[in-house]
Design a protein around this ligand. Structure first.
Ligand code: HEC
Length: 173
């Protein structure tokens, strides 16, 4: 999921830098239309506006952190109280990404940023943007503090540890 997008974005940037596409390669064999065809789609982001690779996605997955039983309990409560459970579930898709396996596919820093600044992430982070494109819904900022987000991450980690191997398979989805 991450890699193809990263490569595509990188390729697009390289393409723009090298000015490829405008070399008169005929689109459908029609030499006459060659010079008129635009080389870069109108929707392509300006170079530098979107990082090719998520800056928050480097390093160990969130699942690798220590278990925190008390934090996980608080996180489970927050997940309901803060409205997360209206959109997200584990092991099934509601209207939003299935959170089973989320600690295998993301880092702590990425999840923290997604929960605290979903509006910024969707604009600047390629993974978040890809999810947005897929679900066609903007995750709202639910106003959690950093401590509360850490508790929610403990809860996610606990869920993935409980699910064991099964949650790793979910991670690729
Ligand atoms: C209105 C529905 C909605 C609510 C409420 C919501 N989310 Fe989301 N969430 C989304 C959508 C949609 C995405 C995909 C990114 C986007 O489109 O903004 C997402 C993405 C995520 C992701 C990344 C999932 C992945 O596969 O990497 C995490 C983690 C997450 N949300 C956690 C939370 C937490 C924690 C809360 C509660 C504080 C919450 N969400 C509340 C809709 C919601």
């Amino acid at each position: 999921m991450r890699t193809p997008l990263g490569i595509a974005a990188l390729a697009a940037l390289l393409c723009m830098a090298a000015g490829c596409g405008g070399n008169g390669v005929p689109k459908d064999g029609g030499a006459a239309s060659g010079s008129a065809s635009a080389s870069v789609p109108a929707s392509a982001p300006a170079a530098g506006s979107v990082a090719a690779v998520s800056q928050y996605d480097a390093g160990p997955r969130a699942a690798e952190g220590p278990e925190d039983e008390a934090g996980s309990k608080r996180g489970a409560q927050l997940f309901k109280d803060k409205g997360c459970s209206a959109c997200h579930a584990f092991g099934k898709k509601l209207t939003c990404p299935d959170l089973a396996g989320v600690t295998h596919r993301r880092t702590v820093a990425w999840i923290e940023n997604q929960v605290m600044h979903p509006d910024v992430m969707v604009r600047t982070d390629p993974i978040s943007h890809e999810l947005f494109a897929k679900y066609m819904l903007q995750m709202p900022n639910q106003g959690l503090t950093r401590e509360q987000v850490m508790d929610v991450i403990s809860y996610f980690r606990h869920m993935d540890h409980e699910a064991g191997e099964a949650s790793k398979q979910e991670a690729g989805k």
